[in-house]
Design a binder for this molecule. Structure first.
Ligand code: HEC
Ligand code: HEC
Ligand code: HEC
Ligand code: HEC
Ligand code: HEC
Ligand code: HEC
Length: 431
């Protein structure tokens, strides 16, 4: 039956080709006749329909997230804010595409361009996919891992209560850091390019850890970068280790968390060894709105300061003209300097990893809680986590190492401070 049917379909197909061949030979003969106005209108209409179906096909794939899967197939629409939660204005449209290529957008456009039906997975964006961050047992995570959480947090960090976070999503859906997370989309005025930015205020109010209080209080108001700082400052600190009465246990309880750039930049997070001097004057923390100035040159939402080749070597500095050139005088030299700094930073971290291994502490950057008693990755399970921290300095050394591993821009954010933390960690572990 099946064979017969396909045979007859083939027959129609082949005779169709034959007929169209004959037809085209015949219609070629008379010279090109000029199109009538009706025909031109019809052609344009067809073209528009085709364009629209492509745009709508794309729009549907970008805006639909399958509630049955934890992966992110598309963005979600918050009914309170609807489309204007992200589509602010005609002028704002290029920002959508930049955002969709950044970590805040889970690189969703890169994923979709390869395959329209593909989804953002745990591998691409663990910070959004790894857990269902909207669940009540993840309440303390919501201010950094969901748009709803950050929106509510930024309105009033002191009174913020995650119990008020109202998620409109059902099932296995995840938010990313949407436009309306950072912008007050509920206050979008007609004719405006974008609504104002949310401003959670100074680090003092937004820091998730309270020690060392004096240093935290000295972080200035950073204007539009206050938003960045409240998510990018880590969740623990060296001072927490110093204040702790119990340090034996797996590393998870002290983990600095990830991309804690502001903590490094403003010296609030590192484990500082006794008797060492850490006062540095960091030129890069004095840039006005530092995070935005370096990471969003000319308003770009890609978050990209530098361009790299496939080996990770820096080939260009995107923010040079708008920002770096205010203090640095030669772009080529700065590219060389930054590559040198990066290479040195990575080599020193490798050295620390080896020194830790010599003490029987094995690191696995992909497996929480990161430090193990055994070197074979197959056996690096929770039961084999390293717990026998014999001194605060040993735990602090591991802390500084993990902090830098998970803050790959530390050597630029606060060059001198990062160097000191690394040097003193090496010195301690070499004893
Ligand atoms: C969470 C943010 C967000 C919300 C809310 C949102 N969109 Fe989008 N939209 C996007 C992104 C990202 C793109 C991809 C932009 C690109 O490809 O340049 C997009 C693309 C589109 C496109 C394709 C045309 C284009 O500009 O590429 C249309 C049409 C569209 N959105 C309509 C809507 C409508 C209608 C709503 C409300 C029902 C809506 N969007 C809500 C983020 C959002
Ligand atoms: C609500 C929390 C939140 C806020 C606010 C926030 N970030 Fe992020 N940021 C994240 C998370 C989460 C990631 C990791 C996303 C991923 O790759 O999975 C991230 C990733 C990044 C990256 C890594 C680059 C990339 O594309 O992956 C940079 C750079 C960055 N953020 C800079 C900034 C700057 C600058 C600001 C302020 C304008 C800011 N962030 C505000 C949470 C936040
Ligand atoms: C102060 C802000 C903040 C809080 C609070 C926070 N996180 Fe994060 N978290 C981040 C940022 C920023 C990243 C981005 C790092 C990345 O993906 O590279 C991140 C990344 C992650 C990742 C991905 C790690 C990886 O391997 O890249 C996981 C998992 C995670 N967080 C879990 C949690 C959980 C669970 C909680 C609550 C108990 C939590 N976070 C609370 C800021 C925060
Ligand atoms: C992580 C926070 C963050 C997110 C998410 C974010 N923005 Fe912005 N946006 C900013 C900052 C910071 C500025 C710069 C404001 C300043 O310089 O005062 C800005 C400025 C803008 C501007 C005006 C400036 C310009 O040059 O275009 C537009 C338009 C804009 N954003 C659109 C968007 C859109 C659309 C989205 C979502 C695709 C988005 N933003 C997501 C932080 C964010
Ligand atoms: C002087 C310019 C400068 C300032 C100021 C700055 N950054 Fe960076 N940042 C960089 C550079 C350069 C890199 C890239 C390092 C690399 O990729 O090797 C980087 C890397 C990062 C990364 C890791 C990106 C990735 O792809 O993993 C994050 C996150 C980040 N910065 C966040 C911030 C935040 C938040 C602030 C404000 C507290 C900030 N940065 C201030 C220049 C700067
Ligand atoms: C407010 C002035 C200022 C701005 C803006 C600035 N820098 Fe710097 N930067 C300095 C000073 C001062 C030093 C220390 C002296 C030196 O090494 O030139 C420095 C040092 C550095 C170093 C060397 C760190 C080391 O290993 O010793 C790098 C790399 C660097 N800057 C990158 C950048 C990049 C990339 C930008 C722009 C995205 C930038 N800087 C913007 C003032 C600035």
């Amino acid at each position: 039956m099946k064979g017969k049917k396909s045979f007859s379909l083939w027959g129609i197909f082949i005779s169709g080709i034959f007929l169209s061949f004959v037809f085209s030979c015949e219609t070629k003969k008379p010279e090109e006749k000029t199109k009538t106005e009706e025909e031109i209108k019809e052609e344009i209409q067809k073209e528009v329909e085709k364009e629209l179906s492509e745009i709508f096909g794309w729009a549907i794939m970008i805006h639909f997230d399958d509630p049955r899967t934890p992966d992110i197939e598309g963005v979600n629409i918050n009914p309170d804010l609807s489309c204007r939660g992200c589509h602010f204005s005609k002028e704002g449209a290029p920002r959508l595409a930049e955002w969709g290529r950044s970590g805040h957008g889970g690189k969703i456009l890169e994923v979709k361009e390869k395959d329209m039906t593909a989804a953002v997975t745990r591998e691409v964006a663990p910070a959004f996919v790894y857990y269902n961050f909207s669940a009540t047992d993840r309440a303390i995570c919501q201010r950094c891992h969901t748009s709803t959480g950050f929106k509510n947090f930024a309105k009033d960090p002191v009174k913020y209560n995650p119990a008020d976070n109202k998620f409109y999503l059902s099932g296995e859906q995840r938010e990313m850091i949407y436009c309306w997370a950072c912008h007050e989309a509920e206050n979008l005025k007609p004719g405006e390019v974008a609504p104002p930015l949310r401003n959670p205020g100074r680090f003092e109010f937004t820091s998730p850890y309270t020690l060392p209080a004096d240093r935290i209080a000295s972080v200035p108001d950073l204007g539009s970068s206050n938003a960045c700082v409240s998510c990018h400052s880590g969740r623990s600190s060296g001072a927490v280790i110093k204040a702790s009465s119990r340090i034996r246990g797996h590393f998870g309880g002290f983990n600095p968390h990830y991309l804690a750039s502001a903590g490094v930049m403003f010296r609030t997070i590192g484990y500082e060894f006794e008797g060492k001097d850490y006062t540095v004057s960091n030129p890069h923390s004095q840039i006005s709105s530092p995070c935005v100035s370096c990471h969003m040159p000319a308003g770009s939402h890609m978050l990209e300061v530098v361009k790299k080749d496939s080996s990770g070597k820096i080939t260009d500095i995107v923010a040079y003209d708008s920002t770096c050139s205010k203090c640095h005088v030669n772009k080529a030299q700065l590219i060389e300097k930054i590559n040198f700094g990066k290479q040195e930073f990575e080599q020193k971290l490798k050295q620390i990893e080896e020194l830790l291994a010599k003490k029987g502490i094995y690191y696995n950057e992909h497996a929480y809680p990161y430090f193990y008693k055994v070197s074979d990755p197959a056996q690096q399970t929770f039961q084999n986590a390293f717990t026998d921290w014999t001194s605060k300095d040993l735990l602090g050394a591991a802390f500084n190492f993990q902090l830098m591993k998970k803050e790959p821009g530390a050597y630029v954010h606060n060059p001198e401070y990062a160097k000191k933390l690394i040097e003193h960690t090496i010195e301690f572990l070499s004893k």
